[in-house]
Design a protein around this ligand. Structure first.
Ligand SMILES: C[S@@+](CC[C@H](N)C(=O)[O-])C[C@H]1O[C@@H](n2cnc3c(N)ncnc32)[C@H](O)[C@@H]1O
Length: 262
């Protein structure tokens, strides 16, 4: 399963909903405004944003992937809004057309140059004074109990992966926003952590996530010890010793970079 598939996105949002909604609500988007959900995936956040803007507001959801937009159209509960299939490096909207942007877990897929292009597009389409909120995985906060050392050892081996590298380098976005004269309001990391016993919705998410992580790491030559760790700890499986262990622990963090158009 890919990290952009609809089934994965649902399990992710569902497991972290309390914290993710807190992040979204902390931005201070206004009722009756028009907001862009940039890289909306299957629309988990578009639905949450539509509740903030209300009936008089509008949600525009953009994603490059038509499969996800299709499933979003099928399932969304948004009364006022529409979706567009497009690449964020060239957004098909006029200048100053939205009051704000929410962009969740998309920057990890962009090259450094694309991050600058996308920020520039946000600056172009957001009205003066409008907020631009970028949420991303902050891999540096990850901790897998009871033995995180080998996890980090493997992560360092996988630094050639754009996703892993980007998830450790989100501070670059602060530098790019300064380059583009977009004002910085704040940046803050929010932590999700789970201990034993985990609820079924958390198991579902971690099972999906860890299966994919294992596939990413499988492309890297690993020692016997590293492979053992990958199979028995990083992979969250039903009734595995790791999951049922009293010491099970999983922590992950998300940074929220809040910017404002001048
Ligand atoms: C991990 S998903 C996140 C989806 C959603 N924002 C969420 O947090 O649930 C990343 C999404 O970004 C989209 N994406 C990646 N690069 C993009 C680009 N250059 N332009 C538009 N969408 C992009 C992918 O198709 C995918 O749906």
């Amino acid at each position: 399963m890919l990290l952009i598939e609809s089934k994965y996105l649902d399990s992710h949002y569902c497991a972290g909903k309390t914290i993710f909604d807190k992040m979204l609500n902390s931005v201070g988007f206004n009722v009756s405004s028009t907001l862009l959900d940039a890289g909306s995936g299957n629309g988990c956040y578009s639905t949450a944003i539509s509740k903030i803007v209300g009936d008089k507001g509008k949600v525009v959801s953009i994603d490059i992937n038509s499969d996800n937009l299709f499933s979003f159209k099928r399932t969304n509960e948004i009364s006022t809004g529409f979706s567009i299939q497009a690449n964020l490096i060239s957004i098909p909207m006029k200048e100053n057309t939205v009051d704000g942007v929410w962009c969740s877990n998309v920057f990890q897929y962009l090259t450094e140059n694309e991050k600058i292009q996308v920020l520039n597009e946000f600056k172009r389409i957001v009205k003066p004074g409008g907020k631009i909120a970028i949420k991303e995985v902050d891999l540096s906060t990850t901790m897998l109990g009871p033995s995180p050392r080998i996890f980090w050892h493997i992560v360092l081996k996988a630094m050639s992966s754009r996703q892993i590298n980007s998830s450790l380098n989100m501070f670059n976005v602060l530098k790019y926003s300064r380059m583009l004269n977009i004002q910085r309001i704040s940046y803050k990391t929010y932590i999700l952590e789970w201990t034993s016993p985990i609820e079924s919705k958390v198991f579902r998410y971690l099972h999906n996530l860890s299966g994919t992580i294992k596939e990413i790491f499988r492309q890297i030559p690993l020692s016997e010890e590293e492979t053992f760790y990958l199979e028995n700890y990083i992979q969250v499986r039903e009734n595995s010793d790791y999951v049922v262990s009293e010491d099970f622990y999983w922590r992950e963090g998300y940074i929220l970079i809040l910017l404002q158009n001048e």
